[in-house]
Design a protein around this ligand. Structure first.
Ligand code: UDP
Length: 233
């Protein structure tokens, strides 16, 4: 089957069905828009398993996504969507770019979850953008922007509760959405330790890509421990 797209962490292939794609998770990890890059054996398997688990869980909570089924250790089938070039970030606790941009102290608990939009554009370094920018760039209209914010808040509520049960805190995460051929907006891409910040409630251990970004240990051990917790709950 044809390779349609290759990104930093995944390859997308066509299948026999026009509305179904096959996603293969790669053993590659990057940070800082590709500035730091490594091949780490086993990482694709872990993110595929974690994303599949989380999308399945969201479905049981009534939240649909493009996810159809996991078909191998490193592959899943998804509904074909046209990705909206926005990174929708939800933050419960300050960390990462918002501490640098606005001076919030790392660990500051926001009074309510915050939704931010970033423009997915490597040449521009994925800048933070406003809703007016989104409209001027014709990325989404008012109704769609509201739908994205609402869906992001719903995903957050379900994931916060899930992590809470695992004795973890969901600090922030990034999700992406796509449009189906009939114009429906659907949660897409992945939800994994690559795209979330997850902190242990008691210790200062975290279960996310900051371990790699900050050279603080093995991401395979970190992601495997997170997957074990997810499967044990
Ligand atoms: N994130 C992501 N992909 C990106 C940028 C951010 O998955 O290209 C995730 C990141 O892992 C974190 C959240 O989005 O969970 C917020 O990231 P932030 O804006 O703080 O940027 P970072 O500090 O990761 O550069």
């Amino acid at each position: 089957m044809t390779l349609l797209y290759e990104g930093k962490a995944k390859r997308i292939f066509s299948t026999g069905a026009s509305d179904v794609l096959r996603v293969e998770y790669k053993d590659e990890v990057t940070a800082g828009n590709g500035a730091k890059k490594d091949f780490i054996e086993g990482k694709g398997r872990l993110n595929n398993q974690i994303t599949s688990h989380i999308f399945n869980f969201l479905k049981t909570e009534g939240l649909n996504s493009h996810f159809i089924e996991q078909i191998s250790e490193t592959e899943q089938l998804v509904k074909s969507v046209e990705i909206i070039p926005l990174e929708v970030v939800v933050r419960n606790i300050a960390a990462g770019s918002i501490t640098k941009r606005l001076g919030f102290e790392k660990g500051y608990q926001f009074e309510e979850p915050l939704v931010e939009f970033f423009y997915k554009n490597d040449d521009l370094n994925d800048p933070l953008i406003t809703e007016n920018h989104i409209k001027l760039l014709h990325l989404a209209d008012d109704n769609e922007i509201n739908a994205l914010k609402e869906a992001a808040m719903e995903v957050n509520a379900v994931l916060v509760e899930l992590m809470n049960e695992m004795n973890l805190r969901l600090v922030d995460f990034k999700i992406e959405f796509g449009r189906t051929s009939d114009g429906q907006i659907l949660l897409a891409d992945e939800i994994s330790p690559d795209t979330c910040r997850i902190w242990d409630k008691q210790s200062d251990i975290n279960f996310d890509k900051d371990v790699y970004r900050e050279d603080r240990g093995s991401i395979i051990e970190t992601y495997q421990t997170f997957l074990n917790k997810l499967e044990a709950r």
